[in-house]
Write a new protein. Structure first.
Length: 201
């Protein structure tokens, strides 16, 4: 297991712009750093489950089943598109310094289902993590270390995107600019939804 090679490769993968990172960016802008970070724990829970599946070998079932892969992909794409529509139709300014526990829980669930509904994520774990596993050593122990490292780097990524969103709050304080930002994010999420539907393994 080569952590010196794994960490930079993994962090680059974590930082790649995608639906969840875009969500952290927008949550940081609208609700602040703390709310965005807590919401991001939904993604961490989903990824932790995927890593566990990968380590136990159950991910092979998903990889081998065309039907299961298609079902998860379609459901994930529809959910992503639904979020995009909601963001497109949202009010011009969503910035709030206070967030209720119910709203925080909703943001966390949103991040969870956004990550869990993307079958590409579990396939990334299936193809990516094993490359850094030494078959001559304890497989389970190595997966624990690699998985934990991935999740820590993912939390750092969430923090970076949330801080970026917090910084953008000043740039998009005006209702017109806020509406433009919301619709730009919505368009990107819709494109991600279409890409997920058309993507192959």
């Amino acid at each position: 297991m080569e952590l010196l090679f794994f960490i930079p490769a993994c962090f680059a993968l974590n930082m790649t712009p995608g639906p969840n990172n875009l969500m952290a960016l927008n949550n940081g802008r609208c609700f602040g750093f703390r709310a965005a970070l807590i919401a991001g724990m939904g993604r961490i829970i989903a990824f932790a489950g995927m890593i566990t599946l990968t380590a136990s070998g159950l991910a092979i079932i998903l990889y081998a089943s065309e039907t299961l892969f298609l079902v998860i992909k379609v459901i994930g794409a529809l959910y992503l598109f639904w979020i995009a529509v909601g963001l497109w139709r949202s009010k011009a300014s969503l910035v709030s310094t206070e967030i209720t526990p119910a709203s925080q829980w909703q943001l966390l669930r949103q991040e969870f289902f956004l990550a869990a509904g993307n079958p590409k994520a579990i396939l990334i774990f299936t193809a990516f993590l094993p490359q850094f596993v030494d078959p001559l050593k304890s497989i389970s122990q190595q997966f624990v270390i690699l998985g934990a490292t991935f999740l820590v780097l993912e939390i750092i990524t969430i923090s970076i995107y949330a801080l970026a969103g917090l910084y953008l709050r000043h740039w998009f304080a005006k209702p017109q600019m806020s509406k433009l930002f919301n619709r730009s994010c919505a368009a990107l999420l819709a494109l991600s939804s279409a890409n997920l539907v058309m993507s192959q393994r």
